[in-house]
Design a protein around this ligand. Structure first.
Ligand code: GRF
Length: 204
């Protein structure tokens, strides 16, 4: 499946997907990276792997979210994109865009959903005193961090953890589960049906 990765920052998850997709049998091919921030470190990293990385600066569109998304959508369609992967993409999508890519767009969130939706998840996990934390890959739905769950990975919270130390531990699990989850979706083994992620036998 022709796949685009959307980023806003350093792009370490993007890199883990690019690495995984090098395997000949991997069912997704990363053919495009789009950043909504011109200064995202991930842009140069994608290019160093020979993957075209484009900037679509949301600031150019002011408050008109849909104008930005229409342009993004046109870019994806022009490249024949079949799957959209959000990897540290820090923009909420409007219901129009989410509906258009329903079942074909996934995101990774650095917490075990439905706990700790939104930002600053590692700080909040430490404040709450949970003993397990982690990351979740989910289909994107109109509610923030609310879509059907595809995969999760857990890590222990250790005494003396700082948000940075905990975040680094979670990141290693993100790099493991995101390529696995993308493979499940790209191969058709997991689909979105009636708002839930449903497993099936591998597509023929
Ligand atoms: C990751 O922690 C991801 O879960 C969150 O934003 C961070 C992006 O990191 N949505 P990177 O750009 O993939 O390194």
């Amino acid at each position: 499946k022709r796949t685009a990765v959307l980023i806003s920052g350093r792009g370490s998850n993007m890199l883990s997907l690019i690495e995984a997709a090098k395997a000949p049998a991997y069912p997704a091919e990363i053919v495009l990276v789009v950043s909504n921030r011109p200064d995202a470190g991930g842009i140069a990293r994608a290019q160093s792997f020979g993957i075209p990385a484009k900037v679509l600066d949301h600031k150019t569109y002011g408050r008109d979210r849909e104008a930005f998304e229409r342009e993004l959508d046109a870019m994806l369609v022009a490249e024949g994109i079949e799957l959209v992967v959000l990897a540290g993409f820090m923009r909420l999508m409007t219901p129009w865009f989410v509906e258009r890519w329903n079942g074909r767009m996934i995101n990774i969130h650095p917490a075990l959903l439905p706990s700790f939706k939104g930002l600053h998840t590692h700080e909040r996990a430490l404040e709450a005193g949970v003993r397990l934390h982690g990351a979740t890959v989910h289909f994107v739905s109109p509610g923030m961090d609310e879509g059907a769950i595809i995969a999760q990975g857990a890590v222990p919270v250790l005494s003396g953890d700082t948000p940075e130390a905990l975040g680094a531990r979670v990141l290693t699990v993100e790099h493991k589960i995101y390529p696995q989850a993308l493979a499940l979706v790209a191969s058709g083994q997991v689909r979105l049906e009636d708002g839930r992620a449903v497993c099936r036998a591998a597509a023929e």
